[in-house]
Design a protein around this ligand. Structure first.
Ligand code: HEC
Ligand code: HEC
Length: 336
């Protein structure tokens, strides 16, 4: 009897040991989604300069529009409008994607027409539905500001301010805009308690139904271009055609870069045309058009609950103090 009791004791002890061991050495899970890594800042002065330029409205003709106007870092890195509004209140053709985690994408823009963040950053400065500032004038404005000159000199080693250096600094700043440590990432790293049963159920649907075929990798997107409307066509009044505009190939018509689902609760409205107002609506559309599934209300609730676990730690950004203009600095022309 005594012997048996001892054995039972040892068994209980053994069990206690293994659960204690699991709790202390959490095993990262092997999943089609991977955690976001924190930013590694190797050139802090350049990142700081890029931040100033990101917030500087003097890069726009009106003097009131900065990158942060449409990629508001206090919100989800977007403007939360259906489609963006630019210089002279001109409506842009597409929804503004978030700049958070955009460094993790294979290319930039919905149609991938810019290979990387530096190439991308030149676009909006000049685009007349955005900042409407000719590149030469934008560079002249930055050159005229002594407080910028000294920084460019210290960072790039020579005084000549060019568009390439301006966009390089902005891109290096944008690379720091990652959002690690979401509850889902904590779960991926082995913390069973980080998400609820319902949220896990939502992830299981997301995984087994094939959402992960397109929304995968650290950003749950940004790894490929895919057709919007695989099983049934997507009806949109937007004239935007997607990737075909870049490649000229008809197979790329309505192909879009798969958007990231990181922080997706913050980046409404959804899709390139901003036509889906809520997450529930966009999940229902995805189910129907990409997978041929009509989701029940409960399934949508579960998937949306999962999507809410993807909100990470947004970078705590101190508003930069911008260097002063001088008398010779080109003045804004808001109505030009
Ligand atoms: C008037 C609003 C507006 C302004 C100002 C603006 N953007 Fe954008 N941005 C957009 C829109 C809209 C898109 C999507 C355009 C497209 O895909 O055709 C976009 C796309 C991007 C992307 C690509 C993200 C992705 O996932 O593909 C990045 C990065 C970006 N902008 C950074 C910037 C930077 C840097 C500036 C300042 C130099 C800037 N934007 C200024 C509206 C704006
Ligand atoms: C075949 C590839 C593919 C599959 C499968 C897929 N998606 Fe998508 N998803 C896309 C593309 C492409 C877009 C962008 C479409 C557009 O804007 O026109 C998108 C957009 C979204 C958006 C809107 C994001 C935003 O910021 O605008 C959400 C949310 C989403 N998908 C969730 C899901 C869910 C949930 C599933 C599974 C039920 C799923 N997707 C299945 C390719 C896919």
């Amino acid at each position: 009897m005594k012997h048996l009791w001892l054995m039972a004791g040892a068994l209980t002890l053994g069990l206690n040991y293994s659960t204690a061991a699991e709790a202390t050495t959490k095993q990262p899970r092997s999943e089609p989604v991977t955690p976001i890594q924190p930013a590694k800042v190797t050139e802090p002065a350049k990142v700081e300069l890029g931040k100033q330029l990101f917030f500087d409205p003097r890069l726009s003709m009106s003097g009131v529009i900065s990158c942060n106007t449409c990629h508001n870092l206090s919100l989800g890195g977007t403007d939360n409008l259906k489609t963006s509004v630019g210089h002279k209140w001109r409506p842009g053709p597409v929804n503004s994607p978030t700049v958070f985690n955009s460094s993790l994408s294979i290319a930039q823009f919905w149609d991938g027409r810019a290979a990387n963040l530096q190439e991308q950053a030149a676009g909006p400065i000049q685009a007349d539905v955005e900042m409407a500032m000719p590149h030469t004038l934008a560079v002249d404005v930055i050159r005229s500001i002594p407080g910028y000159g000294s920084q460019f000199k210290a960072i790039y080693g020579d005084e000549k301010i060019t568009l390439e250096k301006i966009t390089d600094a902005i891109a290096r700043f944008e690379e720091t805009l990652v959002t690690p440590n979401s509850r889902f990432d904590q779960w991926l790293l082995g913390d069973d308690q980080a998400i609820t049963v319902q949220e896990l159920q939502g992830y299981q649907l997301f995984k087994t139904h094939g959402c992960v075929a397109c929304h995968n990798g650290p950003a749950l997107g940004g790894t490929s271009f895919q057709k919007m409307g695989i099983v049934a066509p997507y009806k949109s009044s937007s004239p935007v055609q997607g990737r075909v505009t870049v490649t000229g190939k008809d197979v790329d018509r309505f192909n879009f870069k798969v958007p990231t689902l990181r922080n997706v609760e913050l980046t409404y409205p959804y899709f390139h045309d901003g036509e889906a107002a809520t997450l529930a609506e966009s999940v229902a559309v995805m189910g129907k058009l990409q997978l041929g599934r009509s989701y029940s209300e409960q399934e949508i609730k579960d998937i949306v609950a999962f999507l809410h676990t993807l909100t990470g730690d947004r970078p705590q950004i101190q508003l930069p103090l911008l260097p002063a203009s001088v008398d010779a600095t080109h003045r804004p022309e808001p109505f030009k």
